[in-house]
Design a protein around this ligand. Structure first.
Ligand code: FNR
Length: 183
């Protein structure tokens, strides 16, 4: 039976280059996986009071999406040298109620993408900080900082840079091995 990988893309933009990176990672993945993009744009900001009563349906959906996944991929831009609020909020929502975190133990992959040369390093490592606390075993190597993301795709969103496309395949092979090692 194929394993399920949940994908969280930190950009909510329709034309997001990070979403195109995520799609390329899916296309370059080894056999044996099904992928599900997780909606982040409609999650109300985390407020513990709401977990006491009428829990927002979008929170329940997110928690279910992660619970049913065997592994999680984060593909994210950098916002002000950190991770976008969309991803941080999803982490917060999935981490509560206390003692019921949906993240613990799920193998994770972090890929950051930016138009700039620093390639989302700040976002990548701020995200890793939260994932340590959430007890997610994150793939360490190869690290994936993708710079110049606006130069990598054609109009249809297909990756045209063969070197980067090969690297996407390398990342997914390493993630596949990581998931199997932890199973
Ligand atoms: C950015 N951007 C950006 N880029 C970067 O390399 N470091 C940064 O700290 C920031 N900060 C930042 C803040 C905010 C609020 C926005 C909207 C943008 C630029 C960002 O990387 C660029 O918009 C990417 O194209 C976003 O990725 P998507 O939307 O194409 O996936």
């Amino acid at each position: 039976m194929s394993k399920k990988i949940a994908i969280l893309v930190g950009s909510l933009r329709k034309g997001s280059f990070n979403r195109m990176i995520a799609q390329t990672l899916v296309e370059q993945a080894p056999e044996g996986y099904e992928f599900a993009f997780v909606e982040l744009g409609d999650l109300p900001l985390y407020n513990p009071d709401l977990d006491e009563g009428d829990v927002p349906a979008a929170w329940t959906r997110l928690r279910g999406d992660i619970k049913s996944a065997d592994a999680v991929m984060f593909v994210t831009p950098e916002y002000n040298r950190s991770v976008p609020a969309s991803i941080k909020n999803a982490l917060d929502v999935g981490s509560r109620p206390y003692g019921e975190s949906v993240w613990a133990g799920k193998p994770a992959l972090v890929v950051s993408g930016s138009m700039g040369g620093i390639a989302g390093f700040g976002a990548n490592h701020h995200l890793r900080q939260s994932l340590v606390f959430l007890d997610m075993p994150v793939l360490q190597q190869p690290e994936a900082y993708i710079g110049g993301i606006h130069t990598l795709f054609d109009e249809a969103g297909n990756m045209t840079n063969d070197g980067t496309k090969d690297f996407m395949g390398t990342i997914m092979k390493a993630f596949d091995a990581w998931i199997k090692k932890l199973a």
